[in-house]
Design a protein around this ligand. Structure first.
Ligand SMILES: O=C(O)c1ccccc1N[C@@H]1O[C@H](COP(=O)(O)O)[C@@H](O)[C@H]1O
Length: 215
């Protein structure tokens, strides 16, 4: 029997978002710490929200090229299960962050075409998990959370990376089942695809998204 696909709802901002994610059966929620994002939280807001997350749902902090001082502040205040590095952090920086905080690290890798695929191997040596996302457009404000998908055929037949991985980028309740079928992903991550407006999560879309991962 094949195992269920795990879903991560990224960019939660309110207790209702967490309740919707947990009720739908999501395995992870993500707190965004990137000032340009409409989903950005302060450390205090994230600490308060973290207290709402039920057991069994992992709390992930998403940062972009964060300094040690920034990560120190986040990890001291917010009880976390994982760090998601969504910038241009090098493999050496990933190893440093893992060692410094003792938390599993998920490294995001942007994919636009086949030339980007070797990055996955490069980071799979050091990261605990990989997040395979669409590469952001040039000059985009956000390195992720743009609702942009990449060509999933690039991953077809390549599902056995060395480390667990999540598929991300432009996923929605309407396309996630097809994305899973084409890539063999066992974990999926979504941000803008379950929103009614930038930074505003929609509980119905969250429920529909998680349901579609089992379709
Ligand atoms: O969600 C954000 O605001 C964000 C900001 C900065 C970096 C990454 C961000 N989100 C991550 O990007 C992927 C894809 O987002 P989307 O579903 O295409 O909107 C998402 O899974 C988040 O992990």
């Amino acid at each position: 029997m094949s195992q269920a696909v795990s879903a991560k709802i990224c960019g939660v901002k309110a207790p209702a978002d967490i309740a919707a994610a947990a009720e739908a059966g999501a395995r992870y929620v993500g707190f965004v710490f990137f000032p340009k994002s409409p989903r950005c939280l302060t450390v205090e807001q994230a600490a308060t929200l973290a207290a709402e997350v039920p057991l069994g749902v992992a709390k992930v902090a998403l940062t972009v090229n964060a300094t040690d001082a920034e990560l120190d502040e986040i990890t001291r205040a917010v009880p976390l299960d994982m760090l998601q590095l969504h910038g241009t952090e090098s493999p050496e920086r990933v190893a440093e962050v893992k060692a410094r905080y003792g938390l599993p690290v998920m490294k995001a890798i942007g994919i636009a075409d086949a030339e980007d695929l070797p990055q996955i191997e490069l980071y799979s040596d050091v990261a605990d998990q990989l997040l395979i996302d669409a590469k952001p457009p040039k000059n985009a404000d956000l390195p992720g959370g743009n609702g942009l998908a990449f060509d999933w055929r690039l991953l077809a037949g390549r599902k056995y990376w060395q480390k667990p991985w999540m598929l991300a980028g432009g996923l929605t309740p309407d396309n996630v089942a097809e994305a899973i079928r084409m890539t063999g992903a066992r974990q999926v991550d979504v941000s803008s695809g379950v929103e009614s407006a930038p930074g505003v999560k929609d509980p119905e879309r969250i429920a529909a998204f998680v349901k579609s991962t089992t379709a």
